[in-house]
Design a protein around this ligand. Sequence first.
Ligand SMILES: [Zn+2]
Length: 609
Amino acid sequence: MTKYYSENGAVLTLTRDQINEKYKWNLRDIYSSDDEWENNFAWVEISLGDYDNFRGKLKDSPQILLSCFQFDDEVGIKLERLYLYAMLNKDSDMSVSVYQAMDSRVKTLYSKVSAANSFINPELLKIPDEILLNMIHSLEGLKIYEHSVNELLRKKVHTLNKEEEEILAMAAEIAQIPHTSFSLFTNADMKFEKILDDNGNEIEISQSKFYASLYSPNREFRERSFKTYLKPFSEYAITLSSLFNGNLKVNIFNAKARKYSSAREAALDANNIPLSVYDNLVQAANDNLKPLHRWAELKKKMLKLNELHPYDVYVSLFSANESRKYQYDEGVEIVCNALQPLGSNYIESLKLAFNNRWIDIYESRSKKSGAYSSGTTFGVHPYVLLNWTDLLNDVFTLAHEMGHNMHSYFTGMNQPYPYANYSIFLAEVASTFNESLLLDYLISNSDSKENKLFLLEKYLNNITATFYRQTMFAEFEMNVYSRTENGEALTHDLLCNMYRDIYQKYWGPAMVIDKEEEYTWARVPHFYYNFYVYQYATGFAASEVLANKVKYEKKSAVDKYLLFLKSGSSDYSINILKNAGVDMNSSESVIAATKKMDQLLDEVEKLLI
Ligand SMILES: [Zn+2]
């Protein structure tokens, strides 16, 4: 669809104007013209001075407080809309400098707005709690702000006085150094050796080539690539462990300064997630490692290996019909069919997106690569960027991104502006939920044994990569922090041993670990994200439970799921999931994910007999 050839036969990608309008998103739903964008931009810039009407006066009356909140919302709504228009235009064609400029102008405007409204929270926190809550209850219009105000009060004990907050703000830049240095060192300074690729050509190994090589059926190449790529991480282990420790200490320092008992508690408190959710995830996964051990044994057997090594776990055991192409329209039809269990309301909303150009489908010259959903922008429907290449993977990407898109759409339609967004803890639930329904649909409709095995393997790999591997990382992360908080010094040898033990425990007796694998702690950027990875695992586990309920409990489960999509951030994430039907404080969700893995393995084994 999007490729054409030059006279010398080179593949060229179409320019944006060579693609039919109906396959491109309609950004006129945001602003009718660039001029309208400029007018709105100017409005926000001029209005910044109006914050002075409220400064120092918030305690004076509920009416002033309400006017301030409403004014701040109006600025926020305009700002997000300006940002959306600039970002989507920029990503459509990154060679157009006018949209690059609009994008950076709106980012500067963001900082001006946050400087202008930064007095609001400290001023609110100075009002005694009871008086502030009375003010909120005394005026109808203020009631929608109650949850935000409660959230502010909840964090009051961890908010410091003005001078201390200023010192922390000054330290924030220094606190970035370990992470920035890690990125620069591993991406810029570190040099990797050349190796022979699958076809005997010399290539310089890089992160993306390393990942790609792990899927190669050529085992010698996989091993060569694995050992060569990881070599510098072991050679620079002293520097890398110093950066790793530096990052731990930054987060421990911030947590202590804000009177948290641990870095983990501080990180989870941002979304009011109890520590028990994390503990429970790790414990329940540990109690249910058998399915992963079983998968490792099966891989070893199917690959006819004497020893299973870390570089053997990504290679496909089963292949599908590779010439099978999926046109975009067929992809849409498949996704709509797979999501039928969600009912007509969901499907109608999906069709709104498909029929009204919310999606930018095909690759074009200088368009941003990959795929994303734009999230909720109040008052406008959300958009999706794709780069469709007619592969089955594109169908999965479509289902995934439409999960985000519908979550944003339902939230935007049902929440007032302050809650028209959702936390990272919830973000991946709706997307993986759709992938799960799609896999089930494709598996039950597959036309051949080969195809079915291929899809079952895809599902098994999803559970391995998103659930088990991320829980393993989360457990490692928890352990390194608690040992540091207990005063232990984490040398590179200790980090290697800790990683090795945990990797062996998760993969079980079939796995034979090479020394190189132990340096995973030294190369994974997520270990610099401060207790982020556990959310991949909890999100996946939650979506498994919800997808199961929708499949088997039908109507009431669907209604609850739609309620989840509509909830935005109007309540704490844990409560929102609980209302949807999954209690993240129990091991139910973890067990659902591991049980699913066992069922899939049963199906695979049955087909192999
Ligand atoms: Zn996603």
